[in-house]
Write a protein that binds this ligand. Structure first.
Ligand code: COA
Ligand code: MG
Length: 297
């Protein structure tokens, strides 16, 4: 299933969780990590579990949980509690390598058995670039990764801290500096190589919807599908930006039709432009994405 908008909601706020539930986000990420103060960890865990238990219909909107990182002792109690509410998946922050993702998969298997949930039902979305080490270990995802991993995003804020950077953007242009562009590129390449959904990074300036839209379109051109949101006002823009337009679909269909009518031809011209096999592949991908998004309802 394709998820276009993933809205972060602090796991210790009833008000925001209800607001998130009414929002058009394809998925909520109920957060137990950075948006929750140390003193509110236990209450957040309980509130999040209770919210999951009270909201069993996930047909329109999935409910995911970001737990604390695996090297934090809070992570196992987080998992043990929230699995009772059968979340659609876990967002795993601050990974060092694929080994962390596989370890989480093993924990989930034990907990699913304990809860009587179907084994394998809880999926994983990892935040792949928040530690310095993570930039050196992308190849480990190609050496055998759990089927539970369905999505991968990147992040520049924690990575900046881990790299010792005082900022992650150029002061004049506002563009990401090279280590962060590298992180973005490696996340995209790895996600595509292992056939999971590459998800675009959050735009923190949540009142600036023009900037958000431009960033969504840039991500989409690059190959990302969907984006993380931190404010309910961002999700409509994200859904729209990642939904192929009627024009896009018609154009893709035209490419497919012309190739179908000309079997044996590897290259064709349409409206004065050359199209070959990579374009046919892209056209098929676009139609498949459009079908999957339509099935979201
Ligand atoms: N999910 C659900 N509802 C949210 C929300 C979110 N992420 N962010 C804001 N809202 C609600 C607010 O509660 C408010 O509702 P109300 O008027 O009924 O109280 C409404 O949307 C408008 O909020 P607004 O005043 O524009 O924003 P704010 O100043 O209250 O909150 C943030 C700003 C950044 C603190 C807030 O958007 C937030 O908590 N975001 C998520 C942060 C997070 O999870 N970070 C971790 C990942 S990086
Ligand atoms: Mg963070």
């Amino acid at each position: 299933m394709i998820i276009r908008s993933w809205l972060f909601v602090p796991g210790d706020s009833d008000r925001k969780m209800e607001k998130g539930r009414a929002n058009v986000a394809d998925a909520l990420i109920l957060d137990l990590e950075d948006s929750v103060a140390d003193t509110r960890q236990e209450i957040a865990r309980e509130m999040t579990r209770d919210f999951l238990i009270a909201n069993t219909d996930r047909s329109r909107q999935q409910l995911w949980v970001r737990i604390n990182p695996l090297d934090n002792p809070l992570s196992l109690p987080d998992l043990a509690a929230i699995i009772q509410g059968a979340p659609n998946g876990i967002v795993l922050p601050k990974v060092f390598s694929a080994a962390d993702v596989n370890k989480l998969a093993d924990y989930l298997e034990i907990l699913e058995v304990r809860e009587g949930l179907p084994v394998g039902s809880t999926k994983i979305h990892c935040v792949s670039t928040e530690t310095a080490a993570s930039l050196l270990t992308f190849h480990t995802y190609l050496d055998g990764i759990t089927d539970r991993l369905v999505a991968m995003t990147w992040g520049g804020e924690d990575l900046a801290a881990s790299l010792g950077a005082s900022d992650n953007r150029h002061p004049l242009t506002g563009e990401y500096d090279s280590p962060f562009l590298y992180a973005k590129t490696m996340c995209l390449a790895t996600a595509r190589a292992i056939e999971v959904q590459p998800v675009g990074v959050v735009v923190v300036d949540f009142r600036n919807l023009d900037e958000l839209e431009a960033d969504c379109l840039r991500d989409r051109r690059a190959g990302f599908i969907g984006k993380i949101a931190i404010h309910p006002g961002q999700t409509e823009v994200i859904n729209r930006a990642f939904t192929p337009s009627d024009e896009d679909v018609a154009h893709a269909q035209k490419i497919i039709d012309v190739f179908a009518k000309n079997p044996g031809l590897g290259t064709i011209g349409i409206d004065g432009k050359m199209y070959d096999m990579p374009h046919l592949k892209q056209a098929n991908n676009l139609l498949s994405l459009s079908e999957q998004i339509k099935s979201l309802g």
